[in-house]
Ligand binder design. Sequence first.
Ligand SMILES: *Cc1c(COP(=O)(O)O)cnc(C)c1O
Length: 363
Amino acid sequence: MLSKVRPSVENLAVYVPGKPIEEVQRELGLTQVIKLASNENPWGPSPRALQAISKALSEIYLYPDANAQDLKESLGSELAVDANQIIIGNGSEEIVQMIAKTFVDPGDEVVMAAPSFPRYQTVTEMMAGISREVMLVDYRHDLLTMAQQITSRTKVIFVCNPNNPTGTIVTETELDEFMRQVPADILVVFDEAYYEYVADPSFVSGLKYLKDGRRVLILRTFSKAYGLAGLRLGYGIGDAAVIDMLNRVREPFNGNLLAQVAAQAAWLDKEHLQQVLQNTAAGLQQLTQGLARLGLQAIPSHTNFFLVDVGQPSPEVFQALLRQGIIIRPGHLFGYANAIRVTVGTTEQNQAFLQALTGILRR
Ligand SMILES: *Cc1c(COP(=O)(O)O)cnc(C)c1O
């Protein structure tokens, strides 16, 4: 071990990202590779975002607006919050890290579901905090048990809604009950990275509790439905006092110049967003029906991905799909030995996936 490194860093798990397309092409000598592993949006961003990037290219010798004022005002006017209630992140993952830096001292506790987004645990442990993980029940957050985990050391609770990797939601009724049990001074973080995809009327955004005056922070991103994962831009919405504290640990120029202009243009193109949501819903249906023909039932998803038990060890199914140029996420990485997580692709990509999976499961 390297001397003088903080033990809480030495013990951290290194994030395992979805396998990049180029790596699979190189390793397997394939030209056609389909990536359905990282919940990216295969239709890409609004053409208006691309235009905004082209226009801004000649300006990249300048530092970006450290305050991202234009973008925050655009977001705020539609969300009915002030610009000072919004924080920008280099991806919403960066805001997850800011939360830990702001709230978690050594020995402090953070409550989260498992399996859920792995960064909550990593950033907590990076700060020498203690993660209190509560197993999902029926693939959904067990909010009542999460509330029971609260102690005098609890600083933050993460609720990933919809949850990654399961695609499930918790309902408004369940959240109302949960919020009644959470002391007013604990920060509840609603990670709503897949918010745009949700159509179920029983869902409610954490914004509701912000408007009730509760200490909550809502995380959203341009990486998924807005198709800008490569540029890295996420945002948090909260009480101005919470945002003020987060801003103290934020890197001053964390929202890069191209990301800021692209996000703002993408935000204003609701037509493109609607098209993406329609395409995703159709793709999810295509995949659900295709899986049903194989006798498989995916967990009903409120996102652009789904988890499905394929009845075979997921590393083997992952490798077999990979050999056919299709990258998915094997479920053993998050504790589902026989399940795979698959992102909704284009009609052709979904078809290729279903065909490959059919061959693999029939062997
Ligand atoms: C993809 C994802 C994010 C977004 O990450 P960015 O850093 O904004 O790209 C955040 N939370 C969850 C649960 C996700 O799946």
